[in-house]
Structures are given as C-alpha cells and as structure tokens.
Design a protein around this ligand. Structure first.
Ligand code: ACO
Length: 433
C-alpha cells in the first residue's frame, strides 16, 4: 500500500528524509532523526500555545472552524440541541452512542442518585468567605472531593472510573448551586430526586420556603440546551489541562478541578462574565461605535468575539440566539441584548473584524440569557463548568485508555545563560533596580 510521505531536505547537511504523513499529520518524533552531528538532540518543532500541534487522536468532538461545524460523536450540535436532553448528550459524549430508552432511564437514575454532596463537603463550603467568587469555590470544592473519594485513584479500573464519572456529573450542579447560595447567604437546598437535571439544579438554586420547587419548563429547557452546547469542544484550554493533569494519573477530581481553573480565565470560559461587564460599560446602543473604535485602536478586546478555531460563525452562538428569544418571552427582554446586537451588527461589517475573521463566540450571548434568568455574572463560568465536566471526563477517559498516551511533557527551547560560576553574596552586584 502506498503511503503518503513528506520529503524534507536539510540545507545544513543536504540530507533528505522521508516522513510518513497520516491524517494530514507528521509525527513530531520522526523529526528527531534530523541531525547535523550524530550526538545532536535532533530537530523539534516550536509551537507556543499549540497553534498547530495535535496532541491526541480523539473520536469525541469534530469541529470545522472554517465552516462553523460542531458535532459530538458525529451528530450536529444543532440537531442534538433540538431533539435531546443534556443527560442524553452526556451519555453520547461519554460512551460514544446515543442511549436507548432503557439505557437512558438507568443513566438518569444513576446520575440522580449521585447528586447529593457529602456533609463534610457542605461544611467545607461553609468555610468560604461570604464574597468568595463562585468559580473559585467550585474549583476548590471539586478538588476537595478527592479527600472524600480516595478510591478515585484507581484510574485504571473501568468500573471505578465510571463511578467517579457518575459522581462528578451528578454533583457538579449541587456544588454550583451551593456556591451560588453561599454567595447570597442562603442555606443549601438538598437535591430533589423527582426533578430532572436542569429542574433539580434550579431547585437547588432558587427554592425558598415553598414545600416543592416547580421549575418554569421554558427556562429549564433553555438551561438544558445551554448545557448541551457547552458539553465538549475538543482540545480547548481547559480540556487540554484535564488531559495534561490526568496524564500524570492524578485522580479525576483533582484533574477536573485543574480543568475548571483553566476554564475560569477571561480568555476562556471566564469571557461570558467579561461580556456582561463590557455591555455594562458600554451602557447604551449609541456608545457602540465609540467602543468599537477604542478596540480597533488597540485598547482591549471585544469580549465574546473571536476564537482560536472558529473562523466563521460559532454554531453554538446561533442556537444561543434562538434560545434567548424563548427565555425572554418568560423573563422579559434583557436590554443588554440591544447593545449586543448592535455590537455584532457593526463588528460584522467592520474591516478590522472581517479581515481577522472575528465572530461572536458561545460566550457572547450566553451571559445575556443567564442574566435574564437571574444569575449574577460571577455565576456564568460556573454554569459553563457544569456541562463541560462531561467533556472533560470523556476526554480524560479517552486519554487514560489510549495506549499511545504518556505523561504530558512538552519540550522547550532554552534561552537562558550557559553555565555560570557562583558569586559569593558579598560580591554580587544588584541586577534589579
Ligand atoms: N477583539 C478584538 N480583536 C481581537 C479579538 C477580540 N475579541 N480577538 C482577537 N483579536 C485580534 C488580535 O488582536 C489579533 O490581531 P492582530 O493580528 O492585529 O494582532 C487577531 O485578532 C488574531 O487574534 P489572536 O489573539 O492571535 O487569536 P487567538 O486564536 O490567539 O485568540 C481568543 C483567540 C483568545 C478567543 C481571542 O479571540 C480573544 O481573546 N477573544 C476574546 C475573549 C473571548 O471571547 N474568549 C472566549 C473564547 S470561547 C471559549 O473559550 C469558550
């Protein structure tokens, strides 16, 4: 069978090498044979921020950034958002196939019975300062679950892995809700097993003195759709963190906490909070042109715009816009939507944004919906972390069972000093003023 190859001629030695090409990819390790002297280390690639490096093979999520396509396990995101529940999509993402009705029933039942937090974890959360950021509470509490479930270290046991996956998917909304209630000074609401996944989350967030919480079905479905849209997004910053930390065989709670920490940054999942702050700052539609000019002059970024992979409209943003309309029929229109629409309208016509292929991403409209539902901006990234836990765990499991994977350990190009002689302290000259 003929194999595709890449032929490289090294101008330093005039030697020619033939490297196999598979899936439009060469193996970085094949470059190591390219040397000037036999004892050289061999050629490496330099790729800060992994702009052009595939770190794994994955069968979970497919993105075509140029055509605005996102699929989980082969199913278009728009179809899943229209026809499935989040737990159905979670099953698909984690196990590769959509569940049958009995499989879904068992799965939902399992997740429902893992929603309760251990009392020690609840007490642990009580120790947070009254104004702690909910995302910081979530990251710390997920890590703290590692103290409750030491069996989670058995990462090579598939039965054990499945148990931890169910626990994490079940408990994430409970931790998120508790962090929300803590920041408001309200007591924790225990899960209600009669309710479905989004309804139960709403119950834990908003139940007050009523004997039984009844969720608005439109808002519950909107939340479920938002969860579907956020379930996975292949090798993004937080997923790469999950795989990287997990590759050291840390347990899934600690790996998930690390992934959530990566998500919290404003360039990643933290962007949805920043979008709301930006819309507040802009204040009204009339101020949009001046704000855009400021961005083009190099003062800051248009938050919720741009994506490393999508160079066309983010397909999730389209579904979110549609979902927003449904939510606003219940909550009333969030006035920030008009500012956002005007920002999008002007930006999509502006050469600066057009030439750089900057389009609204998933975070541009999600915050406006969350705010209309009554969430504070500090909660937005927490809402992102709940469904993304599914993606992190699917990717973690794929990584653990991939025989090609090892501990993640990139190389570097060293730019520091050659070996130096130590100067005694009394003879040192201050280097910093
Ligand atoms: N507003 C204004 N200019 C932008 C923006 C933006 N939001 N995003 C990128 N640019 C400009 C850059 O300044 C750069 O311009 P230059 O070529 O003149 O230097 C060019 O577009 C390319 O941008 P990069 O920073 O190289 O793109 P990269 O792929 O590294 O960054 C990122 C992607 C981090 C998402 C970036 O677009 C950004 O910071 N956006 C705002 C934050 C945001 O919304 N993040 C959420 C992403 S979705 C998610 O993580 C869930």
């Amino acid at each position: 069978m003929a194999h595709d190859t890449l032929t490289i001629t090294d101008s330093r030695t005039q030697k020619t090498y033939s490297l196999p090409v598979e899936n439009d990819t060469i193996r970085a390790l094949d470059l190591r044979q390219i040397k000037v002297k036999p004892d050289d280390f061999g050629l490496m690639t330099y790729d800060p921020a992994f702009m052009n490096t595939a770190s794994c093979r994955s069968a979970i999520t497919y993105i075509d950034g140029d055509r605005g396509i996102l699929r989980y396990r082969g199913y278009p995101i728009e179809t899943l958002a229209e026809h499935c529940t989040f737990l159905e999509v979670a099953y698909l993402t984690l196990f590769g196939e959509l569940p049958t009705a009995p499989e879904l029933k068992t799965w939902v039942d399992d997740i429902t019975h893992h929603t309760m937090l251990p009392e020690t974890t609840r007490k642990f959360m009580e120790g947070f300062r009254y104004n702690a950021h909910p995302m910081a509470m979530l990251v710390s509490t997920v890590a703290a679950l590692s103290t409750v479930y030491p069996d989670a270290r058995e990462i090579h046991d598939p039965v054990n892995r499945l148990l931890q996956i169910k626990r994490l998917v079940g408990k994430m909304p409970s931790i998120a809700a508790m962090s929300y209630r803590h920041s408001l000074g309200f007591p924790y609401v225990y899960p209600d097993n009669d309710l479905n996944y989004p309804e139960n989350f709403m119950n834990m967030l908003w139940k007050m003195v009523e004997p039984k919480y009844v969720a608005n079905p439109v808002l519950a479905r909107a939340l479920d759709i938002l969860f579907i849209l956020h379930a996975d997004h292949e090798q993004n910053c937080s997923t790469n963190t999950m795989r990287s930390v997990g590759s050291s065989h840390a347990d899934p709670y600690l790996s998930t906490a690390a992934a959530a920490a990566a998500l919290s940054g404003p360039l990643h999942g933290g962007a949805n909070e920043e979008v709301l702050k930006m819309l507040d700052l802009i204040g009204s539609k009339d101020n949009v042109p001046a704000y855009i000019k400021q961005i083009k002059d190099g003062h800051g970024k248009l938050m919720g715009f741009g994506h490393r992979v999508y160079k066309n409209y983010d397909p999730r943003a389209k579904v979110i816009k549609w979902t927003a309309e449904q939510v606003f029929e219940v909550t009333g229109r969030n006035p920030k939507l008009d500012i956002a629409l005007e920002l999008e309208r002007i930006a999509l016509q502006d050469d600066y944004f057009v030439t750089r292929k900057l389009y609204p991403n998933v975070d541009f409209y999600s915050g406006i919906i969350y705010q209309a539902m009554g969430f504070k901006p500090e909660m937005f990234t927490v809402l992102f972390a709940i469904p993304r836990t599914v993606g992190w765990l699917a990717q973690w499991q794929e990584m653990i069972t991939d025989p090609e994977q090892k501990i993640a350990r990139p190389r570097q190009v060293y730019t520091g000093h050659e070996v130096r002689e130590l100067v005694p302290i009394e003879k040192r000259i201050p280097a910093l003023v």
